[in-house]
Design a binder for this molecule. Sequence first.
Ligand code: PLP
Length: 393
Amino acid sequence: MNYYEQGEKYFLHAYGRQKIVLDHGQGVELYDTDGKRYLDFYSGIGVNSFGYGYPKYTQALHAQIDKLMHVSNYFYTPIATEAAKKVVEATKLSQVFFANSGAEAIEGALKLARKAYFMKHGKADSEIISFHSSFHGRTTGAVKLTGNAHYQEAFGPLMNDVKYATLNDLTSVKALLTDKTAAIIVEPIQGEGGVNPCTKEFLQGLRVLCDEHDLCLILDEVQCGMGRTGYLFTYEYYDVKPDIVCLAKGLGSGVPVGAFVANEKYAQAMEPGDHGSTYGGNPFVCAAVSTVFDIIAEDHILENVKEVSAYLEKQLDALTNEFDCVEGHRGLGFMQGLVLNKPAGAVVNEMIAHGVIVITAGTNVVRMLPPLITTKENVDEAMRVFRDVLSMQ
Ligand SMILES: *Cc1c(COP(=O)(O)O)cnc(C)c1O
């Protein structure tokens, strides 16, 4: 049996995987076990910000492996403290908790917002407002926050008291407010749901609403954060400050780490015993986090994203004009969706067969999440393949 057949045998069938067995990567390229080359416009779902084998990144991890991998959170380590300082200073928030994934960051943020409500009201009966087409992860709490019945229906009963509003419709949010509302959670740009950006008016409107009603604004930047959109945090583009921001994916750029970061008001609701994680923020993953911030600053990563993504958007305009099946594109920086007039799965599969890895978002959207080091030449290659594939549709 080859690795694909063995995989089918041994893994739970939780994923619809491509029949491709990847062997190694270099730069923005991946190679399968047959030696076939792929241009990566996917980054392992927006994780591998610096592609594969980026020397500063791999050297920092090698060094930390030799020093200390794990000690638990009963102790401090220099590297974890350094990572925490960088996260707090970069977000301009107050304190961070490191988790192991995006979903765990969401769970922690949810608990913190509910704890603050509990301290204020003396009752644990809070309600949360989330959005249709959102995605917040696969744990049972995060799946309840995810406004997509398909992800929920088989797994009930789930947590109560989550209501779903419509993105970019402030009236729909106001209609759901009650005395029990504790928090609003939103992705500044919905990823899995179809690359749907909030409008500036809307996200700023949510901030005003949260201030007026003393609610916690939780921004889920698990996918759009850490430089992906050309801003270290996408809320900088929106000029909106969250009470809590959730990070993961690009935060470790390849190691499993997530974080929720709170402002002073919410940070003080956390007391010893409220939350915890055995692995969360261990020295190994924190070496990655710390290095990620250094690389973004030292290697002019945000400048590259801004410049090359502007070029990418121009090329996507051209595709929109050339092909009837393309309705347009949306997104920010290196988080882009090409909107088709039909389901995107077939185009994604053909793109991969032709050596460019992209993914779907929602049903009709081809999503591009290239590594943040992608060049204009890489964009040109992807566009050549798009032309070949779209002209067959
Ligand atoms: C990927 C994602 C998550 C979940 O992250 P995991 O690491 O898969 O648990 C949550 N929110 C958003 C916006 C995501 O894109």
